[in-house]
Design a protein around this ligand. Structure first.
Ligand code: RIB
Ligand code: CA
Length: 320
């Protein structure tokens, strides 16, 4: 079973990714990074996810802001707290430390062959790699959700995680680690729609009901922003690329990130030309087995649904 460290900024898709990682892998530790919401909020959301799904793993708090850019959040998508939508239980967990970068360095140095799965801005990972250049070679790999070989989401070409901290993205892309990229061109193949939210809600239990409420809130927001009720379940794709490699087809490509473009900053450039002019540095995930991925996510949510250590919520939104 693969052993994983997940660096996250919950958001609903991060929460699902944590459940998938804890079910199909050995989730060794969790670190949080400012992203979808401010650091304190995403840390609360990570702790609540562990509480709702009975995930007994330490959470370590990381970087509040990117390496260079000012902090940037996504309240228009995930709400101010990052977990807009459900009635949530009172927080009954606490972070293990506020030293996520030191935790990553110590843990990766103590055990060869871990997978690092960043599913938020890459700030913590870049700081760890800069402080400890031996880390990339000690990891089995880094499977990150970020970037895109096509359209962006928060700008025409910028995907949120890479857009928030492109300097960190550049450090990771140049680190020499084995890199697996789950960009928007892959993760949009994992559709979030009302049918998925209904299937999650049908699992029952406080955890799945909260995830279903988060998904519906996300779809409502997309509709308010003028789009269809269709989104991507982005972050679990980066986990499944490690726990179930057969679910993601990938190709070795050269990938870089734009740092100076006034319009294109944060854009990832995936070189898909047949005649390679740049040495590949990333396994670019290009095709998802969506039916299999969807089935695996529902399996993981169902398996964890009975493990909540929050107060019960029979699904009527009233937390007792
Ligand atoms: O662009 C999608 C990414 O940004 C996902 O990781 C989502 O959680 C947000 O962090
Ligand atoms: Ca995320």
């Amino acid at each position: 079973m693969v052993r994983l460290l997940v660096d996250c900024d919950p958001g609903h898709d991060d929460a699902v990714a944590l459940v998938v990682a804890s079910h199909f892998g050995e989730l060794v530790g969790i670190t949080t990074v400012g992203g979808n919401a401010p650091l304190a909020d995403v840390t609360t959301n990570a702790l609540l996810t562990c509480q709702l799904f009975g995930i007994d793993v330490d959470v370590h708090v990381g970087a509040e802001r990117p390496l260079v850019a000012p902090p940037r959040h996504a309240p228009e998508v995930h709400g101010v707290s990052g977990f807009e939508g459900p009635a949530l239980p009172p927080l009954a967990r606490a972070a293990a430390s506020t030293e996520a970068v030191e935790y990553l360095i110590e843990t990766i140095r103590s055990e060869e062959g871990l997978w690092l799965v960043p599913i938020g801005p890459l700030t913590n990972v870049a700081l760890a790699f800069r402080q400890a250049p031996d880390l990339p070679s000690r990891l089995a790999g880094v499977s990150f959700m970020g970037g895109s070989a096509g359209a962006g989401n928060h700008t025409a070409v910028g995907e949120f995680n890479m857009l928030v901290d492109p300097e960190a993205g550049s450090v990771v892309l140049g680190s020499g680690a084995r890199l697996h990229m789950a960009g928007l061109d892959l993760t949009r193949q994992f559709v979030i729609d009302d049918a998925l939210a209904a299937d999650v809600r049908a699992i029952g239990g406080p955890g799945p009901v909260a995830i279903a409420d988060l998904m519906v809130s996300y779809l409502d927001q997309l509709e308010r922003l003028g789009g269809p009720r269709l989104g991507g379940l982005h972050d679990p794709c980066a986990v499944l690329a490690v726990t179930h490699p057969e679910v993601v087809a990938s190709q070795a490509r050269h990938v870089s990130v734009e740092l100076t473009g006034s319009i294109t900053r944060g854009m990832t450039v995936v070189d898909r030309r047949s005649a390679r002019t740049s040495e590949p540095n990333v396994f670019h995930g290009h095709t998802l087995d969506h039916p299999m991925a969807r089935s695996l996510v529902l399996e993981a949510l169902a398996a964890a649904s009975g493990r909540s250590d929050g107060r019960s919520d029979p699904g009527d939104g009233v937390v007792r």
